[in-house]
Write a protein that binds this ligand. Structure first.
Ligand SMILES: [Zn+2]
Length: 323
């Protein structure tokens, strides 16, 4: 039986037909918690890495972990890397000083690892500075307050945007909106209308959507205690509260193949109306304290074919939690 998780590209590497390096050899080892793929007859044309929930911090050697992850990713030779948000441990309820420490680490990581490839970013709830004013000791009128600090660091002109790479179209969403001192998962109307227009204008390209908060997730229910006759109560922060209209929109756009997310630190895949909704674990697993349930420190590799089919593998990079 051929290994169904071995991508065509890896198979070519194994035969010495692709770029055979340490990365190619390393990728022949069994992968932890691999996801399945759609049937594919064409060679992978574009390799994307989705690394989410990095949560870099000064503690637990998280920075060394991030460098190890970037080096592992580099060995896979991706065409594009998309970070899925929660790049830093937390700015949402952290002081300016603490948030500065974390951004300093993140901002030098790719450079220090010597990674020069194409890297795009997604905003997560923990990348937003000071929305909890009390705990962060902010007023709300600071120049870097809210999403501004992260957007400036990451050179993002807008918190949501789209771009093309190879045959594919990529849409990066801003899935975190204010909710009192906290947040909720949602696309505000302006962004939803932009998404509707963007998809209408790009029907010919297979499309991958990336959001930090999942549009929809099921496994997040596992952590909730057994409920009474009232049933389950899902927090507004766990998946998008306007998921109904988004799921309808994506389902009505058959070119949309993938909706990737992070946030729940679990590897999960739901297929619905032609869209694979994949939560891609976490680089930090349980916030650098080891595996989070079944999920090891890892990232997603997606080999995207021109015909819209793809292979997805959740790839552990071998980090051991540090005290
Ligand atoms: Zn997270």
């Amino acid at each position: 039986m051929p290994n169904p998780n071995l991508s065509r590209r890896d198979a070519l590497s194994a035969l010495g037909l692709g770029t055979l390096g340490l990365g190619g050899l390393a990728s022949l080892t069994p992968r932890a918690a691999a996801s399945t793929s759609t049937a594919s007859t064409t060679a992978a044309s574009l390799r994307m890495v989705h690394m989410t929930d990095i949560h870099v911090q000064p503690e637990r050697k998280a920075y060394d972990g991030l460098l190890a992850c970037i080096n592992h990713i580099a060995s896979k030779k991706p065409d594009v890397v998309i970070t899925g948000g929660d790049l830093i441990m937390d700015g949402f309820e952290s002081t300016e000083r603490r948030t500065t420490e974390q951004w300093d680490l993140f901002m030098r990581s790719f450079k220090e690892a010597g990674y020069t490839g194409d890297v795009r970013h997604t905003l997560g709830n923990h990348d937003i500075w000071g929305w909890n004013k009390k705990k962060s000791e902010t007023r709300g009128d600071e120049a870097k307050w809210g999403k501004r600090w992260a957007m400036d660091n990451l050179h993002m002109e807008s918190a949501w945007h789209a771009f093309d790479k190879g045959a594919w179209h990529f849409v990066i969403l801003d899935s975190v909106q204010p909710n009192g001192d906290g947040y909720m998962g949602r696309l505000q109307d302006e962004q939803f209308e932009w998404l509707t227009a963007d998809l209408a204008a790009n029907r010919a390209r297979p499309t991958c959507i990336v959001s930090h908060v999942p549009i929809v997730t099921a496994t997040t229910l596992i952590d909730m205690k057994d409920k009474t006759a009232d049933g389950w109560k899902v927090s507004a922060g766990l998946m998008l509260t306007d998921m109904a209209r988004i799921i309808r929109l994506l389902g009505d756009n058959p070119q949309v193949k993938l909706a990737l997310s992070g946030h729940i630190h679990r590897n999960e895949r739901l297929d619905y109306r032609g869209v694979s909704y994949i939560c891609d674990g976490a680089v930090s697993a349980a916030w650098w304290k080891g595996a989070h349930h079944e999920c090891n420190e890892g990232y997603g590799i997606l080999d995207l074919n021109d015909d819209g089919s793809f292979t997805h593998t959740y790839t552990a990079y071998g980090w051991k939690a540090q005290p």
